[in-house]
Design a protein around this ligand. Structure first.
Ligand code: GLN
Length: 491
C-alpha cells in the first residue's frame, strides 16, 4: 500500500490513533517497500521479524489503551553507527564483521521507549567518514533521485542509507549522525529534512565513535514537524555520556508553525564561496525572501574565520578518529587476521579491516597528534575552533538564526568525485556549526535545472533548537517542496 508509506509521521500517528489502520499494516507496507527497493543498497541488515513483533506490541498497547509514546507504531530505520542489541552493528566497516552488541544505544533505546518500530540497520560511509556513502565496505548507496543523464547518483554521506530510505518512502524517519555535516548534506541531496541538534542534546552512548567532540545524533524525516517529533524522542540527559547535557527536553513540536514575525536572520557574507554554482546562490536568495515575506528581518553578518573551518575540521576530526579507532585491534571486536606475532596480527587486521578513507584519516590524525607536530597542527586547529565559536557568539548577539545553503552543489554521480579534497569541500557550509556545537537543520528548498533537490541550512544558538525549527517550518511552508524521487512515486 503505497499511500501508507507516503504519510508523514505526524499524520500516520494521528491515523493510528483514529484506528484507520494498524501498526501491523503500516509496518507491513514499509517492509514491502524495503524489499522492493533493495537495489538502492540502503540497508546493511533488515529486521522484518523484529519490526512485526514491535508493531504487534504497539497495536496491543493501543487496544488496551495503555500509555503510548509519540512514535508508537511508527516504522523507522537506524544508521548502522548505532549499537543495537542482538543486531549486527557494523559502522559500514569490514573491521566490525560479525559485531553484535549486547547493549542498545541510548538514542535507540529512547526511540523504542517512544514506541517506534525498527525496520533495520542502514548503510553508511565507513565509520561515518565521507560525503557520498561511497566509502562503505558494503558498497555505495544509490540515491532514489535520477539526473537527466540517467547516471546513478550518490545520496550524500555519511548518513546515505538514512537519506535514501526516508526519501524513497521506505521508512518514515531514520536516525543519522553528524560530525561535520553527515545529517544535513545527505538530507539536502535527497530533498528531506535533516536536523543536527546542539552537541550534548542527544546521548552519544552506544554510538560508534568517530570524532567524539563533534559527533551528534539527529533525525532525518520528510517534514520539519516530523523532525521535531523524532528529536523530542531521541534527546535525553544520559549519565552514561559525560557530554550529554542535563537539561529538560522541550516540546519541540510545539515550536513548529508558531511563526517568525520579528525574527532576526543573519546572512553570512563569508558563505559566498569561489566557484559556487549560480543555482546555489539563487536558492539562498529565495530563502532570504521567503523568511522576509513571513515577517523575519534579514541582515548581512560576518563570520570572519569561516574559511579556516574546513582545514581545522580536517585536523581535529582525523585526530580524534585516530585515537578512537585504536580500539580495533583484532582482539576485542569483529575481524581478526592472524599474523606470526601480536604486532603482525594488529597490522594485518587493521590493513584489511579499514578501507582507504579510514586509513587516510588514521594517518593524518596520528601525524597531527605526534610529538613535534601536535602544537603546529592539533593545538592550532583547536585555537581556530575557538575563534569560529566566538564568531558565532558575536553574530548571535545580533541575530536569532543564520541562513546559508546546506551544500555547495547538488548530488553528484557515483564515482564522479574522486579527489578527497574535492569531497571534503562538500562540508564547507556544515562544518562551522559542527565545530561550534550549534544546532543546524537542512530543509528541502527546491529543485535545480536537472530536477535535483537543493537544501537550505539554518544555524541556531546553543540549545535553541526551537527557533531553528520555527524558522525551518517557515522555509518549508514557503518552499512548498513536494517533489518525491522518481523511485518513490510508483510510476
Ligand atoms: N563528510 C565529513 C567527513 O567525512 C563529515 C562526516 C560526518 O559528519 N560524519 O568527515
Amino acid at each position: 500500500m503505497t499511500e501508507l508509506t507516503h504519510l508523514s509521521i505526524a499524520d500516520a500517528a494521528a491515523k493510528l490513533d483514529a484506528g484507520e489502520f494498524s501498526a501491523a499494516e503500516l509496518t507491513d507496507a514499509h517492509i514491502s517497500a524495503v524489499e522492493a527497493t533493495r537495489d538502492l543498497n540502503a540497508f546493511i541488515t533488515e529486521t522484518p521479524d523484529r519490526a512485526r513483533d514491535m508493531a504487534k506490541a504497539s497495536d496491543e498497547r493501543r487496544s488496551k489503551k495503555e500509555p503510548r509514546g509519540p512514535l508508537d507504531g511508527i516504522p523507522l530505520a537506524i544508521k548502522d553507527l548505532f549499537c543495537t542489541e542482538g543486531v549486527l552493528s557494523t559502522a559500514g566497516s569490514h573491521i566490525l564483521d560479525g559485531f553484535t552488541p549486547q547493549y542498545e544505544s541510548t538514542v535507540t533505546t529512547n526511540l523504542w521507549d517512544a514506541g517506534a518500530v525498527m525496520l533495520g540497520k542502514l548503510n553508511m560511509d565507513e565509520f561515518a567518514m565521507g560525503s557520498s556513502n561511497e566509502t562503505s565496505y558494503y558498497g555505495p548507496v544509490k540515491s532514489p533521485w535520477k539526473r537527466p543523464d540517467g547516471k546513478d547518483l550518490v545520496p550524500g554521506g555519511s548518513s546515505g542509507g538514512s537519506a535514501a530510505t526516508v526519501s524513497a518512502r521506505v521508512a518514515m524517519g531514520a536516525t543519522g549522525t553528524d560530525t561535520g555535516g553527515s545529517i544535513r548534506q545527505p538530507a539536502a541531496f535527497v530533498g528531506i529534512v535533516g536536523f543536527k541538534p546542539t552537541y550534548g542534546r542527544c546521548s552519544r552512548w552506544g554510538i560508534v565513535a568517530f570524532a567524539s567532540s563533534l559527533d551528534q545524533a539527529g533525525p532525518m524525516t520528510r517534514t520539519v514537524e516530523d523532525a521535531a517529533i523524532m528529536l523530542g524522542a531521541m534527546a535525553s540527559h544520559d549519565p552514561k555520556d559525560s557530554t550529554s547535557v542535563p537539561r529538560d527536553v522541550p516540546d519541540y513540536r510545539a515550536a513548529v508553525g508558531t511563526g517568525i514575525k520579528g525574527l532576526k536572520v543573519g546572512i553570512p557574507a563569508e558563505y559566498v564561496v569561489d566557484g559556487m554554482p549560480e543555482e546555489i546562490g539563487r536558492i539562498w536568495d529565495e530563502g532570504r525572501k521567503w523568511l522576509e515575506a513571513a515577517g523575519a528581518e534579514c541582515r548581512e553578518i560576518s563570520l570572519p574565520h569561516t574559511k579556516y573551518a574546513l582545514p581545522a575540521y580536517y585536523i581535529i576530526a582525523p585526530a580524534e578518529a585516530s585515537s578512537n579507532l585504536a580500539r580495533y585491534d583484532g582482539v576485542r571486536y569483529g575481524l581478526r587476521v592472524d599474523g606470526s606475532d601480536l604486532t603482525e596480527m594488529y597490522e594485518k587486521t587493521r590493513a584489511e579491516g579499514f578501507g582507504p578513507e579510514v586509513q587516510r584519516r588514521v594517518m593524518i590524525g596520528t601525524y597531527a597528534l605526534s610529538a613535534g607536530y601536535y602544537d603546529a597542527y592539533y593545538l592550532k586547529a583547536q585555537k581556530v575552533r575557538t575563534r569560529i565559536a566566538d564568531d558565532f557568539r558575536a553574530a548571535f548577539a545580533e541575530v536569532d538564526t543564520i541562513l546559508t545553503p546546506t551544500a555547495p552543489n547538488a548530488a553528484f554521480a557515483v564515482g564522479e568525485v574522486l579527489d578527497p579534497i574535492q569531497m571534503y569541500l562538500n562540508d564547507v557550509f556544515t562544518v562551522p556549526a559542527s565545530l561550534a556545537g550549534l544546532p543546524a537543520i537542512s530543509v528541502p528548498a527546491g529543485l535545480n535545472a536537472d530536477g535535483l533537490p537543493l537544501g537550505l541550512h539554518l544555524i541556531g544558538r546553543p540549545f535553541d533548537e526551537e527557533t531553528v525549527l520555527r524558522a525551518a517550518a517557515a522555509l518549508e511552508d514557503a518552499a512548498g517542496f513536494d517533489a518525491a524521487p522518481q523511485y518513490a512515486t510508483g510510476d
